[in-house]
Design a protein around this ligand. Structure first.
Ligand code: FEO
Ligand code: CA
Ligand code: CA
Length: 632
């Protein structure tokens, strides 16, 4: 996600401005920072030693590079600063679907005829700002479920309104262009296209009926005038990253939900609820969506509990367009990036999740019950234990259980105010955890820590200091890094783990200290701000960026946002794709035969994909090898 258009600042910047962080810190933390700097001088922190490690020496040696070459079936591409997509020689791309394209025939031509589409058709088209996505095969129907993270008010409302909604219809149009699309796709003479009117096609918006399940369901903090049971809510919002369960459902993750809520008066809350408003960045104005002026549900003065009903992982069954999405509160409430689900060796379900805000935490959830293929999975994500990560300086760590005993909070309160619970057990403040990916070929996980200009400078929104050290080793971290962990005994349910840094992005052409990055960064693969990440069936790591694409100063030589491929074993990273200027590359999935890769291009500034004079439109593109070979 990038600018909140009418105020020209990011979600994080807005939150920080409106909810200033404590700036003081104690003597102990200063000491810790000094130790960390000294400990870091050797370069990236790697598992093991010698040839198995990925230190600078190994990766810079010619023989090692030659050995590693076979894992990459393409010639890496240079950076780009232009307005289109580039992929390696031997690969081709096409646009599959753009914001405003019809999912149902009644919406055909509406976008073009009415500038950005009519209110009436706004929930019958592909929404704006494509983000996380997953593919599904149902019989011979190929489906993609895909998130629409946010919407540009200035573009979607009449120009003279400068992004300010003037009536309830304006708000409804914005609400309808976000959420989730489920769509059938098919490959024909013109390449990949949406199957308009496909039987599984569906839009889920800020107003779709949902069920609330898990420990928070029915709690007083979840009850509203419209829903005195606290078990039914409307809509999912700021849908960022994604996940897929072993039983074939889609997980959509609610991230910067706070921006949609305002307050037309005093918000009468106390205790945890009052603390929670500050911790989650809930204010009187919101980000300018102005929903609260036209839709009372978003007015926290009238409905103080409504924000408690957002900020979750939502499970959607793509096989049944009539099914009601379920908010799985057991997985906690925070600014969810994505949800990386895997099955542990004993059959229990493990979901790794990041909370994307400066100095927030990484979480893990373990189900109580085991997953039985073909069995009843309807309550699997409701009963289990939420954990938060603590990283120690010696490259070990622990998943700390967020229990009533450890936190002094009820189970429902832990689910609703997970950040507060995690602060109470001294979790490690992280450099903005974005996507997490689990390696299908080894018991290990990876998390993109995208960047954090507050590292070593400020506390997080809860007042937890952000010391320099551990997996967050650089003060004022503009480039980001990817942390990797291996659970004890190769068991994803284990409390203990070991960790290292898979890569620290940086710029060795500008810096000669830690900001140069780790040894596997070189002039040929510069990037910043890793965000999206998926590990394919062969175990290669696809890394997507959402960073500074100015190509100047600290970011010289990095070009537009991009997608790179990494080898877990060697640390080698090469550039596979560059996006149009202004965009973030986010969202990745494959066709059932894995001969096509689908990639999201979010919020381009360039007139992508239609060219000069046309409106920039977030799009999903399809990439193939010219020899129709496998792509992951
Ligand atoms: Fe929506 Fe943290 O990216
Ligand atoms: Ca993201
Ligand atoms: Ca990001």
């Amino acid at each position: 996600m990038k600018d909140i258009d009418t105020v020209n600042m990011s979600a994080d910047e807005w939150d920080e401005q409106n909810f200033p962080r404590p700036e003081t810190h104690g003597f102990d933390e200063v000491v810790e920072r000094a130790i960390s700097r000294r400990g870091f001088l050797g370069g990236v922190l790697a598992f093991g030693s010698g040839a198995a490690a990925m230190g600078a020496g190994l990766l810079n040696s010619t023989s090692a590079r030659a050995q590693q070459a076979s894992r990459f079936a393409f010639t890496p591409i240079p950076i780009a600063t232009d307005g289109t997509v580039h992929v390696p020689e031997g690969y081709s791309w096409q646009t599959m679907v753009r914001w405003g394209d019809p999912l149902f025939s009644e919406a055909a031509g509406d976008f073009e005829a009415t500038q950005t589409g009519s209110v009436a058709m706004s929930d019958k088209v592909f929404g704006e700002n494509t983000d996380g996505m997953e593919s599904f095969l149902i019989g011979d129907h190929q489906l993609i479920a895909v998130n629409h993270e946010y919407t540009n008010r200035g573009t979607n409302l009449p120009a003279e309104q400068k992004g300010v909604p003037a009536n309830a219809d304006d708000v409804l149009k914005l609400q309808n262009l976000q959420g989730v699309t489920v769509m059938e796709i098919a490959e024909g003479e013109n390449g990949w296209e949406v199957v308009v009117d496909g039987p599984y096609n569906r839009r889920i918006t800020h107003n779709t009926q949902m069920r609330i399940s898990g420990p928070a369901a029915g709690h007083d903090l979840m009850k509203t005038a419209a829903d005195p049971t606290g078990t039914q809510s409307l809509g999912t919002m700021n849908n960022c990253g994604s996940g897929k369960t072993p039983w074939g459902t889609y997980l959509t993750c609610e991230e910067n939900f706070n921006g949609y809520f305002g307050a037309n008066g005093h918000v009468a809350v106390e205790g945890l609820a009052a603390q929670g408003r500050d911790r989650y960045g809930l204010g009187a104005e919101g980000w300018g969506y102005d929903y609260h002026k036209w839709d009372a549900r978003f007015d926290a003065a009238a409905n103080p509990n409504e924000p408690h009903r957002v900020g979750y992982v939502v499970e959607i069954d793509p096989t049944d367009p009539e099914s009601m999405p379920v908010k799985r509160t057991a997985l906690g409430r925070f600014k969810h990036e994505n949800a990386a689900a895997t099955v542990a060796s004993d059959g229990r379900v493990v979901v790794y999740m990041g909370d994307d805000e400066r100095g927030e935490f990484m979480y893990k959830w373990v189900s109580r019950d085991v997953y039985v293929p073909g069995g009843d999975s309807s309550t699997l994500l409701d009963e289990g234990q939420l954990y938060v990560a603590r990283f120690d300086e010696d490259q070990t760590g622990e998943w700390v259980a967020l229990t009533p005993e450890a936190t002094g909070m009820e189970k429902a309160e832990i689910a609703i105010f997970s950040r507060i619970a995690a602060s109470r057990v001294n979790a490690t403040t992280m450099d903005r955890p974005e996507w997490i990916a689990v390696n299908p070929q080894a018991a290990e996980g990876y998390c993109c820590l995208t960047n954090n200009r507050n590292r070593g400078v400020k506390a997080n929104p809860g007042g937890d200091w952000q010391p320099v050290g551990g997996p967050n080793p650089r003060e004022v971290n503009h480039y980001g890094q990817i942390v990797r962990w291996r659970p004890a005994g190769s068991d994803h349910t284990a409390d203990a783990f070991e960790w290292d840094l898979y890569v620290m992005a940086g710029n060795p052409t500008v810096h000669d200290d830690a900001h140069a990055g780790s040894g596997n960064i070189n002039a040929g693969n510069l990037f910043n701000s890793p965000d999206g990440m998926v590990i394919d069936s062969t175990g290669l790591i696809w890394i997507q960026t959402d960073g500074d694409d100015s190509n100047e100063g600290d970011f010289a030589g990095m070009g537009n946002n991009q997608m790179l491929v990494g080898d877990p074993a060697t640390g080698r990273i090469e550039r596979f794709l560059t996006g149009p200027f202004g965009c973030e590359v986010t969202g990745l999935c494959w066709s059932a035969d894995r001969r096509t890769m689908f990639v999201g291009v979010q919020h381009p500034d360039a007139p992508f994909p239609d060219g000069e004079g046309k409106l920039p439109r977030s799009s999903v593109i399809a990439i193939k090898r010219d020899d129709n070979g496998l792509l992951g």
